[in-house]
Design a binder for this molecule. Sequence first.
Ligand code: UMA
Length: 453
Amino acid sequence: MMKMTELANKKVLVVGLGKSGFSVCRFLHSQSIAFDVVDEGLKDADVDKLNVFAPQANCSHEFTETLFCQYEILIMSPGIALSHSAVQSALQKGAQAIGDIELFAYAVDAPVLAVTGSNGKSTVVAWLQAVLESAGVSAVACGNIGLPALDALQSGIDIYVVELSSFQLETTNSLKLLSASVLNVSEDHMNRYQDLEHYAATKRRIYRHAELAVCNAHDERTHVLATDESQAVSLTPPRILFAVDSVTQGDVGTRDYAGQTWLQWGEKRIMPVCELPLPGLHNCENAQAVLAMLSPLSLSAETLKAGLLSFKGLPHRTQFVHESQGVRWFNDSKGTNIDACCRAIEAMQAPVVLIAGGQGKDADFSQLGPVVQEHVKAIVLIGEDADVLNQALQDFAQITKAKTMLDAVTQAMRIATAGDVVLLSPACASFDMFDSFEHRGDVFVEAVMKVAA
Ligand code: UMA
């Protein structure tokens, strides 16, 4: 493992000046480590912001071999692929690529829990934080969830709870974890990986230095594989399973008592599933993952139950927005892939008018067909890949297209009748029309309040 002192003697390039790039710059500056910056979309305002604390940093917007090959350490932003030709040239000349989470690993001095997965990771991370806080443990949720991990570093924190994306895991090598989980693996980011197994193996890098691996009983791709290249450096960690249908041993799942299904952790009965504060089977599994991730802390069943109940859910994840004329409106803007969209549709338990579309990331949308056929009465498509979705789904539901979110909401309002749900769950990234999934969700909520309230 490289040490911070070694970093100080290297030529360092921060690649990407978004949220994580800025957190890296602030961190390097705080450690008196010199660096330069490159960002293809470099904005004057960002250069000004950087100049306030690091005027010595050279800023460039050219991703060229000549530039990259001048550096020994590339600190990559997660959104920038290692396969970029300028990055590859530098790596071949002996440069090393790391990410913000690797720097976090060097600096953190409290226990860390980390969660990845195609879906549910933000919810699990925020739920973990809620349970810990309610148990009197000071915890901060950071990483892919939005607060860059390096910005979260502060004194007085008992436990860091970090959400990691597969992108971040590509450049993370030495993060020591008290417990780690790949919650699930389903198709996403296929424009960045060779296939689903390549994507899954990248996620499993999270187990590299974990003391406990928390794996999904229904999803073998989440299980630690001794043959993974990522495991080569450590012993296979002990494992605890969640999503077990009828728990008998130390795993976490459900068990039936007197006609009621309970959350069960080994011999501990935690609470009836129907009392969980978030709806749907997927949230029952998220709660189980929370319990499993916390097992090293040996909290009591009462403490865990109180903690689970204290969580109110996150915005943009099957978030109830409004009801008028018997039609309920839900914002699931965070549904950025097919699996998340399917689970949101199923959790509605009512006929759905779906608003979907955006950047499709090369996904195979025909996989949405069966769920759409069963639960969706109409789809309103938005975004640059609307035609791709239309092609894949036209046999399963009535489809119309909309140019703006306001247009989509207006059309959905016309189609929906009492008892229906209108659900924004795009199954796509947002960047063609919006700054982020949060921005997309906010614009949706605003449109709903304008049109339906
Ligand atoms: N850039 C380039 N060249 C490129 C791509 C980007 O120069 O080819 C530049 C852009 O001009 C921009 C910067 O890089 O200035 C953006 O960097 P980034 O895309 O890595 O994004 P950040 O702002 O640093 O935010 C990242 C995560 N984004 C991605 O992984 C795409 C955020 O997760 C995360 O919250 C943040 O770090 C803090 O850790 C968002 C996300 O979409 C929510 N994550 C994906 C997901 O959840 O599916 C992985």
